[in-house]
Design a protein. Structure first.
Length: 160
C-alpha cells in the first residue's frame, strides 16, 4: 500500500502539470517553508504565491515527475520542467530533485535542488554561459525573481 504522503507529492505534481496552483497550494501547510536556488526561503503564502506566479506566467510548459518516495515524515521526487523563459525567449529544461517534510497530511517543508548555472546557461543564453556561475550574477537572478514575486503578490492583493 502506497504511503499517503507519496500520493500527496503525486497530487502536487499532477496539479503542476495542469498549471493548477490552487491545488498545489492546498498540498502545503499554512506555515510551509520552501527553498530552491532562486527562491531560497519562502514561507507560508509566499510559497503558494510563487507557484501561482509561475503557473500564471508559464509558456510552452510541460512537466514530468518520477521517483516519488515518502514515509510518514519525509519524501522526495525528481521532476523536469520544460518551458519558454519569457524574458529571453529561450527554452529551458530544468531537472530538479525535490525533498519534502510532512505533518498532518500536508507538506510542511519543500526544498528543490537544481544547478543554477545550468539553468542560467539555458535561460540567459551567452551571458548565463559566461557568467551564470558567478555569485554576483546568481544574486542578481535571485533579486530579480524576488522583485517579480513581490510585484505579483502586490497585484494579487490589489485585486482583493
Amino acid at each position: 500500500m502506497r504511503n499517503p504522503n507519496a500520493e500527496l507529492i503525486s497530487r502536487f505534481y499532477r496539479a503542476f502539470q495542469q498549471l493548477d496552483a490552487e491545488t498545489m497550494a492546498a498540498c502545503y501547510a499554512e506555515d510551509v517553508r520552501f527553498g530552491d536556488p532562486v527562491f531560497q526561503d519562502l514561507r507560508g503564502e509566499e510559497a503558494a504565491d510563487m507557484w501561482r506566479m509561475l503557473t500564471a506566467r508559464a509558456q510552452d510548459f510541460s512537466l514530468t515527475f518520477d521517483a516519488v518516495q515518502a514515509d510518514d515524515h519525509q519524501g522526495s521526487a525528481r521532476w523536469t520542467a520544460r518551458y519558454l523563459f519569457s524574458q529571453t525567449g529561450n527554452h529551458v529544461v530544468n531537472h530538479i530533485e525535490a525533498h519534502f517534510r510532512f505533518a498532518d497530511g500536508k507538506i510542511i517543508e519543500h526544498r528543490d535542488q537544481f544547478d543554477l548555472w545550468s539553468w542560467a546557461r539555458q535561460a540567459l543564453g551567452r551571458k548565463g554561459l559566461l557568467l551564470g556561475w558567478a555569485p554576483p550574477v546568481q544574486r542578481a537572478i535571485r533579486r530579480q525573481a524576488a522583485r517579480g514575486l513581490e510585484q505579483f503578490r502586490a497585484a494579487r492583493q490589489a485585486q482583493g
